[in-house]
Design a protein around this ligand. Structure first.
Ligand SMILES: *Cc1c(COP(=O)(O)O)cnc(C)c1O
Length: 485
């Protein structure tokens, strides 16, 4: 299917080409020219996850042939046979676990598929060079996704003073002949700005092309990350149907811990494709710019930035919201351009009238502070014997607030990370001391305390050898990339 840009409807490219390109040249995001129809939902209830995902991808990537082989390979290493299992936690309440991949977080669901979509899209063209600036989680998930994928190379840049010990270890021990990791002296903004500069430098692009590569990006505005995320919403519905928890066609809610708005946007796309969703519950932490937007219709950047215990949701600009604005305005590219311009020059934009009404019909938004998040982890463990990570706890806490308003509809809380990824905050929430422990001690303590298994992804890390030791000044990143090529 053709995709078009949110800022230029005349620009229409095949989904596969858009995936290689990442972002449209004038800065817009690629969206499908129309939403495909999922068809009978019962059909999905008898498929295994790779087959289900291939079917969903096939609506958009109709020019890629072996989608089934792609999704089978992508999810082969996941540690749960269902890939994204749904667990019942209480009456009318379920958790969708999206963290059974190599990095124990939901980014794996899409980043294990994206590299394979890219190589399928390449045809006979040049090899792909992926550059990623990371504040921690995306870098590792991208390294795992691209590891030893033919005709690709990936270089990940992380700030040497900006990632946790566990995140750094995960990256510097990365295996694969085509993976490269560089520590950048400075903070995340330094790393990100230096990478952005490479993407917009025509001389650098020419030098890369001379080596037989074309530049591409793996960040969450790539349609190739969005499309695989639609599949697990369909998969969750299909599992509930197969388990006899819901009737065919019964509307359900999803509660999603939100940062860049990619995950919840995929749920909205699933709804537009015919999945019976009543409400999408958009959950934020103390960085609650989205709650304000959904309630007042005004998006404002003039606010403090907080570091929280759910770092992957610490964000002020939710890039994927642009795709929702495109739909809310009836696909009005000039309205989108005006809003995005307003954000850039005045740090704000607003919506009103019909667009705001549409927003309220589909979404509910709220947030949890740090104390509420910790209390939710404790309460959920004590009352339901289910261990939440800090991000999922935000979603569970917001869902509880929403339910108290009177909607008893069956709800799936989307779980984006394993509690073992954030052992310090999870242990503290449970009232345990972590004094004198390193991250591995804490993970082991969490396991003995709760009787849940220590994931092998963590235990293996402790004894892995460090393979990547390059440290670079931010001005020297282009030379580092040329060395790699
Ligand atoms: C990335 C991430 C999120 C936020 O997802 P978005 O698609 O950016 O909204 C939430 N939780 C975890 C653990 C993440 O890694």
């Amino acid at each position: 299917m053709k995709l078009l840009s949110t800022r230029n409807g005349a620009r229409r490219v095949e989904a596969s080409a858009a995936t290689l390109e990442g972002i449209s040249p004038e800065g817009g995001l690629y969206v499908p020219e129309r939403f495909a129809d999922l068809g009978p939902l019962r059909d999905y209830a008898v498929m295994d996850y790779p087959a289900l995902c291939a079917k969903v991808l096939g609506f958009y990537y109709d020019d890629i042939k072996d989608l089934k082989a792609i999704t089978k390979a992508a999810y082969a290493g996941f540690d749960d046979a269902k890939v994204a299992p749904v667990k019942k936690t209480a009456q009318n309440e379920y958790v969708l676990e999206l963290w059974h991949g190599p990095t124990l977080a939901f980014k794996d669901m899409a980043l294990s598929v994206l590299p394979r979509l890219m190589t399928a899209a390449m045809g006979g063209g040049p090899d792909v060079l992926i550059l990623v600036a990371t504040s921690g989680d995306t870098g590792k998930a991208a390294l795992e996704g691209f590891c030893d994928v033919p005709h690709t190379k990936i270089v990940v840049f992380y700030p040497d003073e900006g990632v946790s010990d566990m995140q750094r270890l995960q990256m510097v021990t990365q295996e694969g002949a085509n993976t490269h990791v560089v520590a950048v002296r400075g903070n995340f903004d330094d790393a990100q700005n230096a990478v952005k500069a490479m993407f917009t430098d025509p001389q650098f692009a020419a030098a890369v092309r001379e080596k037989g590569y074309s530049l591409s990006s793996a960040n969450s505005i790539n349609f190739g990350r969005l499309a695989p995320q639609i599949a697990y919403y369909v998969g969750a519905y299909a599992q509930l149907l197969a388990d006899g928890e819901i009737e065919d066609g019964e509307p359900i809610n999803f509660a999603v811990p939100t940062g860049n708005f990619g995950n919840i946007l995929a749920a909205y796309y699933a709804k537009r494709m015919g999945l019976p969703i009543k409400r999408l519950i958009c959950a934020s932490n103390k960085n609650n710019v989205l709650t304000d937007f959904f309630r007042r219709g005004a998006y404002t950047l003039d606010r403090p930035f907080y570091k929280t215990m759910s770092p992957s949701m610490d964000i002020l600009i939710s890039s994927n919201l642009e795709r929702l604005l495109f739909e809310l305005t009836g696909r009005d590219e000039s309205a989108v351009k005006e809003m995005m311009g307003g954000l850039k020059t005045h740090g704000r934009y607003s919506i009103a009238g019909a667009a705001k009404e549409k927003l309220e019909a589909d979404f509910y938004a709220d947030w949890c502070d740090e104390d509420e998040t910790m209390a939710c982890i404790k309460r959920t463990y004590d009352d339901k014997e289910y261990l939440l990570d800090t991000h999922t706890a935000v979603a569970m806490g917001v869902y509880e607030k929403y339910k108290a308003l009177g909607d008893g509809t069956k709800t799936v809380v989307v779980s984006t990370a394993s509690p073992y990824k954030f052992p310090a905050d999870v242990l503290s929430s449970l009232g345990e001391s972590t004094r004198g422990m390193n991250s591995f001690d804490m993970a082991r303590r969490l396991s003995s305390l709760t009787g849940t298994a220590l994931p092998r992804q963590i235990s293996a890390l402790e004894t892995k050898t460090v393979r990547h030791t390059t440290v670079s000044d931010k001005d020297a990143l282009p030379s580092r990339v040329m060395e790699v090529l």
